[in-house]
Design a protein around this ligand. Structure first.
Ligand code: DAV
Length: 378
């Protein structure tokens, strides 16, 4: 069926049901983010991005990323999946609100960070970086179109945070000068943001039907997780933590569900024993993700080598994996998947891997209960 004939339906309850319609980001105009407090806590301590903060990325690197993004779109379209693209802004512009000003914006390469699709709803997340405050503008044309074309689509936006200095802990930088400091702070659940207002990136949420698992870390605070809980009263929302990750943002290179009953966990960021119980009680298996094929991320990348496990599942038997990630491919092959290798390393520096670079619009299937046996107080 030609993609223009496909009726627009917004519906996606999990990360694995058969994919029909998706948004894939663009690298155009992407900036190296300015070192405002929340960005500072995430950019690796030894990264060149620190020196180049607030500058443009080279056009050559943008073009290479866009070539891979376009190729990824073609791969999805050939499988009958409808693909939409955001509208990049001139991210080099300084932006301000009544409370603050930053020298530039960031990117619209990773739509997963901001758009949370739960059933027939697409929710714009609050975000917690000032340079990402206006991310939503890149997606408004698309969301408006889905709203017009699907009479059941619910279009929501979480309360825009003020992101004043009160949102970030003073002295956090001084307390996190080394990787050991960072690991200690993360283990104590001491993150850069305060609890003055709800904060979350959509990519902190792992969707498994009736259950949403949300990482409490550098972009989502407890009030943000509570906001999600009250916003989705028919769901069960679980806060999860991953001690072992010095830069905990976004759950999708850490804990990734593959199909009902099977998830993979980053072995360096193990889900704590008490938080695993809900999986075991419901006969889920959690396997360690295969090791990444690379020792280092590509230059000027603020994500880790674990983008290896940032896979996009097309249906419960088919998965897109980055083309050079041979160990991850081999593992998923052994677990019974057809693996589609997708060259994507040139796009990594722009905001992440194959899952980060996408946002679901439509997967077939309905809201199922994969965790009928709950754990008290979790
Ligand atoms: O391992 O650096 C990357 C997730 C980006 N959305 C990591 C997490």
């Amino acid at each position: 069926m030609g993609e223009e004939k496909q009726k627009t339906i917004v519906n996606s309850w999990n990360e694995w049901d058969p994919l029909k319609h998706i948004i894939v980001g663009k690298a155009d105009n992407c900036m190296i983010p300015p070192l405002e407090p929340a960005v500072d806590a995430k950019v690796p301590l030894d990264s060149e991005m620190r020196r180049l903060a607030g500058t443009r990325r080279s056009q050559e690197s943008v073009d290479r990323a866009n070539t891979q993004l376009d190729n990824f779109c073609d791969t999805l379209r050939k499988r009958g999946i409808r693909v939409d693209r955001p509208a990049p802004l001139d991210f080099s512009q300084p932006v301000q609100t009544p409370d603050w000003k930053v020298e530039c914006m960031f990117t619209c390469m990773p739509p997963r960070d901001i758009l949370l699709t739960v059933g027939n709803e697409i929710l714009e997340a609050t975000m917690s970086y000032r340079c990402r405050w206006f991310d939503y503008l890149c997606y408004r044309d698309l969301l408006n179109k889905y709203f017009e074309e699907d009479p059941n689509m619910k279009w929501e936006a979480a309360p825009k945070p003020r992101l004043t200095d009160a949102t970030y802990k003073p002295g956090y930088k001084e307390r996190s000068r080394t990787e050991e400091d960072k690991l200690r702070l993360v283990a104590a659940k001491d993150f850069i943001t305060t609890e003055v207002e709800p904060l979350f990136d959509a990519a902190e949420v792992m969707r498994c039907g009736k259950d949403l698992f949300v990482q409490h870390g550098m972009t989502a605070n407890l009030k943000g997780i509570e906001w999600i809980r009250r916003h989705f009263p028919n769901h069960r929302v679980h806060a999860v933590n991953f001690p072992g990750d010095p830069y905990p943002i976004h759950i999708d290179a850490t804990l990734v569900p593959l199909r009902p009953g099977l998830a993979m966990n980053n072995p360096y960021r193990a889900l704590p024993e008490e938080q695993r119980q809900i999986f075991y009680k419901n006969d889920w298996e959690i396997v360690d993700a295969a090791k990444p094929a690379h020792d280092e991320p590509p230059p000027l990348c603020y994500s880790s080598v674990w983008l290896s496990m940032n896979v996009l599942i097309i249906d419960p038997r088919t998965v897109c994996v980055e083309a050079s990630e041979v160990y991850q491919q081999e593992q998923l092959d052994k677990l019974g998947f057809e693996v589609i290798p997708v060259p994507f390393r040139d796009a990594y520096p722009f905001g992440g891997g194959l899952h980060c670079a996408t946002a679901d619009v439509y997967r077939e299937g309905k809201c199922e209960d994969y965790f009928p046996k709950q754990i008290e107080g979790f």
